[in-house]
Design a protein around this ligand. Structure first.
Ligand code: FPP
Length: 244
């Protein structure tokens, strides 16, 4: 699918509001997360339809391990279930699925399913879908710095070669363009330790919709907002105009 003009190449999403969605219905929080899977399906389908090339979803942060044990365990179970149910369909639709985050923290069953899903969909050239689980922006930058420091200590690189490109190449989204647009649902306006390095120039769009209710119209609104932005990357508006 070719993108319409001004469609972001890479969209990142902080899916917030599942707990409040459940509370409003006097349901346990985990049913909010379960309902959120439906909204994930919708945004994946719509992104592919609109010609978005990369979609990165924040499903579980480094800090989410501090939630009640039962909620964490239900969420991990939900990831397993979603993989069991959705991967064949994603594969048929040419979606390439990857997970980013501290995998060593995950249970063996989930890890095995992640590895199988990544292998099955690796060659797909449609939507590139990244799911961030046990992910934190500081964790990501910390891993990159440790790897570069180790290579410098081994004499493989000089410290003056540790520049923006070298750091970006060690991050979880290595080889992918930075997100153009960040969407956060649920009414909060913060980054919450998501892709701290990669969001440097992203346009930020916030909405009050709770994640399970996020639908195609909300996504259209975010895309319309993005289409109207002038991206200057530190240049002046006149410079941008002269270059176009
Ligand atoms: C934040 O809402 C949401 C999460 C921590 C979990 C997100 C997970 C899903 C949408 C489930 C499925 C995902 C995939 C990729 C299969 P919150 O619990 O912080 O909500 P609250 O702010 O209202 O409490």
């Amino acid at each position: 699918m070719t993108a319409e003009p001004n469609i972001p190449v890479h969209v990142a999403v902080i899916m917030d509001g599942n707990g409040r969605w459940a509370r409003k219905r006097a349901m346990p929080r985990h049913l909010g997360h379960r309902s959120g899977v439906g909204a994930v399906r919708k945004i994946v389908e719509t992104s592919a339809k609109k010609g978005v090339k990369y979609l990165t979803l924040f499903a579980f942060s480094s800090e989410n391990w501090n939630r009640p044990r039962e909620e964490v365990s239900k969420l991990m179970g939900l990831f397993v279930e979603a993989l069991q149910r959705e991967v064949d369909d994603l594969h048929r639709n040419e979606v390439c699925l990857r997970f980013i985050g501290a995998r060593e923290m995950l249970q063996p069953k989930l890890l095995k399913m992640i590895a199988a899903a990544e292998a099955q969909t690796a060659a797909n050239t449609g939507l590139q879908l990244q799911v961030a689980v046990a992910y934190g922006g500081r964790w990501d930058i910390g891993c990159a710095v440790r790897r570069l420091a180790a290579r410098a200590a081994q004499g493989e690189i000089r410290t003056d070669e540790i520049n923006d490109d070298a750091i970006a190449a060690e991050l979880a989204l290595s080889g992918m363009p930075d997100p153009d647009l960040l969407i956060r649902t649920g009414g909060e306006q913060r980054i919450s330790n998501f892709l701290l390095w990669n969001l440097a120039y992203a346009e930020l769009w916030f909405c009050d919709t709770l994640w399970p209710d996020f639908d195609e119209q909300d996504f259209e609104r975010a895309l319309n907002f993005y289409a109207e932005r002038e991206r200057r990357y530190g240049h002046t508006g006149d410079q941008v105009e002269a270059a176009s």
